[in-house]
Design a protein around this ligand. Structure first.
Ligand SMILES: Nc1nc2c(c(=O)[nH]1)N[C@H]1C(S)=C(S)[C@@H](COP(=O)(O)O)O[C@H]1N2
Ligand SMILES: [Mo]
Length: 258
């Protein structure tokens, strides 16, 4: 080893949260030429975090038509009464425009026709709610990655926030506007779409019309319905109660990976 004195401290710093690695395995890594190269290239990232990053780009399982649930349960807000939403709903969302702004070079305002003209993806996936139920549906929507590329993310942008139309009753602390946020790994994931169709029909109101997020590697509460605005931000601490989402502000995990 070129720096034997530092070895132990360096190892502890580098692997502090890699609880799954036995000490014997650490020694094996640092005693092999390949292992040293690996640890140096990791620059402080733990082996576990690296593995997670690789995994996060994997696709969620996709199902067949036969698997589609006949009774996909609507949950949370299912019929928003917010005035702006009711106005749009009255004309079948003909005047709907999605705003994409924040830390972008070219803010966008897109009608549903504009959204339907974007690079699309269709996928049959399983929705897992934290309350313990799952349902399978076919979703079609515009891929988020190409859309935010059209807007052009500024270098400081690290998260994508979804502002929704609906107001929901929190468990103890009263009403709040629904919102959610994801990082850029999920934003660019190929299965991350802004869905305007469910099971080959226009997205129903109960499931988030006219536009909802599908971010298939995460739990149900991340799947923001009734999206009105997408904002690129450096940090979400200044939004609402700082948790990065309606349920996160009420104690749920920000990263709800499945
Ligand atoms: N705008 C908004 N998005 C939302 C919610 C909500 O209440 N409002 N509920 C979340 C939760 S907890 C779940 S499980 C799913 C439910 O989606 P579904 O109604 O299509 O089943 O939407 C998520 N997205
Ligand atoms: Mo949920």
């Amino acid at each position: 080893m070129s720096a034997p004195i530092n070895r132990r401290g360096w190892l502890q710093a580098g692997l502090a949260s890699a609880g799954a690695l036995a000490l014997g395995a650490c020694d094996k890594i640092t005693n092999s030429k390949q292992g040293v190269a690996f640890l140096q290239s990791a620059e402080g990232l733990t082996r576990r975090a690296q593995r997670l990053l690789v995994d996060r780009k994997a696709l969620a399982r996709e199902f067949s038509h036969a698997d589609i649930s006949s009774d996909f349960r609507p949950n949370g807000s299912i019929d928003p009464q917010d005035p702006d939403y009711l106005t749009l709903k009255k004309t079948g969302f003909a005047d709907y425009h999605l705003t994409i702004d924040g830390l972008v070079e070219r803010p966008l305002s897109l009608s549903l026709a504009d959204l339907r003209a974007q690079a699309a993806r269709t996928q049959i996936t399983r929705h897992d709610c934290v309350e313990g139920w799952s349902s399978i549906a076919k979703w079609t929507g515009a891929r988020l990655g190409p859309l935010i590329d059209q807007a052009g993310l500024k270098p400081q942008a690290r998260y994508i926030v979804f502002h929704c139309y609906d107001t929901l009753d929190g468990p103890m602390d009263g009403k709040g506007r629904y919102y959610e946020s994801i990082d850029l790994i999920d934003a660019y994931h190929p299965q991350t779409i802004l869905a305007y169709a469910m099971n080959d029909a226009a997205l129903p109101v109960a499931h988030g019309a006219p536009l909802r997020l599908r971010v298939e590697r995460q739990l149900g509460y991340k799947q923001a319905k009734y999206i009105r605005r997408i904002e690129a931000v450096a940090d979400y601490a200044h939004l609402h109660q700082g948790g990065g989402g309606f349920w996160e502000d009420r104690g749920y995990e920000w990263y709800a990976g499945i």
